[in-house]
Ligand binder design. Structure first.
Ligand code: NYM
Ligand code: MG
Length: 214
């Protein structure tokens, strides 16, 4: 049986990821692929609950401690992801290790340190990075009330995402990281994402799943 594809959407807050991941899952299922959504952080687990409290500023945590919790939250889900991929289900992921690196490195944690706890996770077949200019972001209205949802942090995170893109290209090849402009309408962005994903899903069926940063 051909395996499913691991497709990640990344981007700054308000880049439209949540809208696009749910449209992508629907479209894949409508096209006859089995697909499901996985969101990180997954706030439904006990570790996710600690992350949620931190993001809502209901708790304070050391920067390294919370970095490791975000990674642990991915590790507690990896077996289910790998099982689904093996059974032919495409897993569409809303944020992954790349957000983990970008947000923690933006706080000043060492870039190489930030990479290491996610080493060995299933490697996405494609990561679609939704790009948004600061001007468009500000036109989309006020940020939410969570930690990191402010212009200064988002600017620093954008710079770290550029480093992450380079690192993915260097370690895993440029084809694994695809920039998609999120400036257009929901339908335009959806069409651009579909143009990439359709090919990936068809192509990876008999390739083994790679390992992140290995
Ligand atoms: N975030 C997300 C991190 O800082 N590290 C991570 O590993 C992940 C997956 O959590 N501002 C941050 C980015 C977001 C915040 O995510 C909550 P969302 O997608 O807004 O629920
Ligand atoms: Mg958010």
């Amino acid at each position: 049986m051909p395996r499913g594809a691991l497709i990640v959407l990344e981007g700054l807050d308000r880049s439209g990821k949540s809208t696009q991941v749910s449209r992508l899952v629907s479209r894949l299922n409508a096209a006859g692929h089995r697909a499901r959504l996985q969101k990180f952080p997954d706030r439904t687990t006990p570790i996710g609950g600690m992350i949620d409290a931190y993001l809502r500023s209901a708790s304070e945590l050391d920067d390294r401690a919370v970095h490791l919790l975000f990674s642990a939250n991915r590790w507690e889900c990896h077996a289910a992801i790998e099982r689904d991929l093996a059974q032919g289900v495409t897993v569409v992921v809303d944020r992954y290790a790349f957000s983990g690196i970008a947000f923690s490195a933006a706080k000043g944690l060492d870039f190489t340190y930030c990479l290491s706890p996610d080493t060995g996770l299933p490697l996405p077949d494609a990561t679609l990075y939704l790009t948004l200019s600061p001007e468009t972001a500000s036109r989309r209205g006020a940020y939410g009330a969570e930690r990191y949802e402010n212009v200064d942090t988002q600017t620093a995170v954008r710079a770290q995402f550029a480093k992450v893109a380079e690192e993915v290209g260097r370690r895993h090849g440029d084809a694994r990281w695809v920039e998609v402009s999120a400036e257009g309408s929901v339908e335009e962005v959806e069409r651009d994402i579909w143009g990439v994903v359709e090919d990936v899903v068809r192509r990876v069926g008999d390739e083994p799943v790679g390992r992140l940063w290995e």
